[in-house]
Write a new protein. Structure first.
Length: 395
C-alpha cells in the first residue's frame, strides 16, 4: 500500500511567513483517524498556529494496534501542516480508561501520602491487577486538604497566676469521632500499562516527544468548559462511539462510552433508504438541510439510540446524586454533532438547553478562517484541549 492512499483528510497550515514560537501539539488518535493542533502562548493567551488531520484507511482497524502506520500518519500531518514543535500531549481513548470516585479520610498534614489508601481501594474495583495499570488521581474536595505550613493547633496563652482558674473544656469523644469521619473525594482514572506503551511507541516512531497522557474528558473540559462551574453533560459523538461525561465544577463525575456513533447512524440510514454507506453519509446532511430546520423521521430513528443513552445517563446521575442535583445544560461535540439541527433535536428530546461546543472560543485564531474553523471545530475539541495543557511534565 502506498503512503498516499492513507491520507484522505484535508491539511491546513498558516503563519508560514514567520517562524512561530515553539509551542505544544495536541494529538487525538481516534477510530477514524488522527487530529493534531499546535498552540503557542502569545500575550497571556493561547494562539492557534496550525492544525491537521488524516483519515485512517478503511479496514485497517484500531490505529493503536498499528503503531508504524499511526506514526507515519502523524509524521505526515506534522510535516504537511508546518508544525514546528516536537512536544506533544495525547489522550487515552475513553473506552479503554477506568474511572471511579473514592473517598479517603481527611489527611492530618499536607505531607501525608494518600497513595497507599487510594491503591488499597482501587485494587478492589479495577478489572485487572493494579500492578498492570497506571493510575492518576484528582482531588475533588480540595478545600478539605490541609495547607502547607498551617498549624491546626493554636498555641496556648500563658496562664496568669492571679487569674481565676478556668476549668479546661473536656474532650468530647463523639465530636472527635465526627471530625475523624471527614472524608475527601478523589477521582481516580486508570489505564493498562500495555495501552500506554502503545502510545509511547507511536510517538517514538514518529520522532516526537510525548509530554503527557490524559483522558479525553479532561481535554474536552479544558477546551469546551473552561472555568464554567455549572453542572453539564458533554456528548461527544464520534465515528464509532459516543462518550457521555457529566461535569460539575470542571470535574468529570460520570463517564460512559457507548458503542453508538456516526457510523451506525449512517448504517441505519443506508438500510432505511436502500443506499450505500457513502450516499448515506451525504444523506445525513441533505435530509436535514432540505427539511426547513426539522429533523426528518429517517434521521430521528437513526439517532434515537444516542438520545436514549443520554436520557438514561441523566436519570442515573439524578438518582445517585446525594443533593438531588440535575444537569443544567448539554454540550454536543464530535464529528456527527455538525448535523444541522441536532442541537434543536436533542433540546426537544431531553427538555434541556443543548448547545454546540466551540473549542476555538478560548483561543486567538487567524482572521478570515472562522467559517473553516466552525466547520471542523467539533472534531478537534480533544486535540485542542490537549494542546491547551501547556507546561506539564513528561510522562
Amino acid at each position: 500500500m502506498k503512503e498516499e492512499v492513507w491520507y484522505t483528510g484535508a491539511i491546513m497550515a498558516f503563519n508560514k511567513k514567520e517562524e512561530p514560537v515553539l509551542g505544544l501539539i495536541g494529538v487525538d488518535i481516534g477510530a477514524a483517524g488522527i487530529k493534531a493542533v499546535e498552540l503557542t502562548s502569545s500575550e497571556n493567551r493561547l494562539k492557534l498556529e496550525t492544525y491537521g488531520y488524516a483519515n485512517a484507511p478503511k479496514g485497517l482497524g484500531d490505529l493503536l494496534d498499528h503503531p508504524k502506520e499511526a506514526a507515519a500518519m502523524l509524521m505526515h500531518i506534522v510535516k504537511k501542516s508546518g508544525m514546528k514543535s516536537k512536544r506533544c500531549n495525547a489522550a487515552l481513548q475513553s473506552q479503554s480508561v477506568f474511572h471511579t470516585i473514592i473517598t479517603v479520610p481527611q489527611p492530618k498534614t499536607a505531607k501525608e501520602d494518600l497513595k497507599p489508601m487510594i491503591e488499597s481501594q482501587v485494587k478492589k474495583l479495577v478489572p485487572m491487577p493494579i500492578e498492570d495499570m497506571i493510575l492518576d488521581s484528582t482531588i475533588i474536595d480540595k478545600h478539605l486538604m490541609p495547607k502547607e505550613g498551617v498549624k491546626k493547633e493554636v498555641e496556648k496563652k500563658p496562664e496568669k497566676k492571679d487569674a481565676k482558674a478556668v476549668p479546661q473544656k473536656e474532650k468530647n469523644p463523639l465530636m472527635e469521632a465526627r471530625q475523624d469521619r471527614k472524608h475527601v473525594r478523589i477521582l481516580v482514572s486508570g489505564a493498562p500499562k500495555v495501552l500506554v506503551q502503545k502510545y509511547v511507541e507511536i510517538f517514538k516512531l514518529a520522532k516526537l516527544e510525548l509530554v503527557s497522557l490524559e483522558t479525553e474528558a479532561f481535554a474536552q473540559i479544558r477546551s469546551l468548559v473552561g472555568q464554567d462551574k455549572s453542572r453539564m453533560m458533554i456528548v461527544d459523538i464520534g465515528a464509532a462511539r459516543t462518550n457521555l461525561t457529566i461535569v460539575n465544577e470542571t470535574i468529570p463525575f460520570v463517564h460512559r462510552s457507548i458503542k453508538v456513533g456516526g457510523d451506525l447512524v449512517s448504517e441505519a440510514l443506508s438500510k432505511q433508504m436502500g443506499i450505500d454507506i457513502g450516499q448515506a453519509e451525504q444523506a445525513k446532511r441533505d435530509l436535514v438541510q432540505g427539511a426547513a430546520g426539522a429533523f426528518p423521521p429517517a434521521l430521528k430513528d437513526a439517532i434515537q439510540p444516542i438520545a436514549h443513552e443520554i436520557r438514561y445517563s441523566l436519570e442515573q446521575y439524578g438518582q445517585q446524586s446525594h443533593d438531588g442535583a440535575i444537569v443544567d445544560k448539554v454540550i454536543v461535540t464530535g464529528g456527527s454533532s455538525r448535523l444541522p439541527g441536532i442541537d434543536a433535536f436533542f433540546t426537544e428530546q431531553l427538555n434541556l438547553s443543548v448547545y454546540l461546543g466551540d473549542p476555538w472560543a478560548r483561543l486567538a485564531t487567524p482572521k478570515g478562517l472562522q467559517s473553516v474553523l466552525d466547520e471542523i471545530g467539533s472534531r478537534f475539541s480533544v486535540a485542542i484541549g490537549l494542546a491547551m495543557k501547556q507546561g506539564k511534565k513528561k510522562v
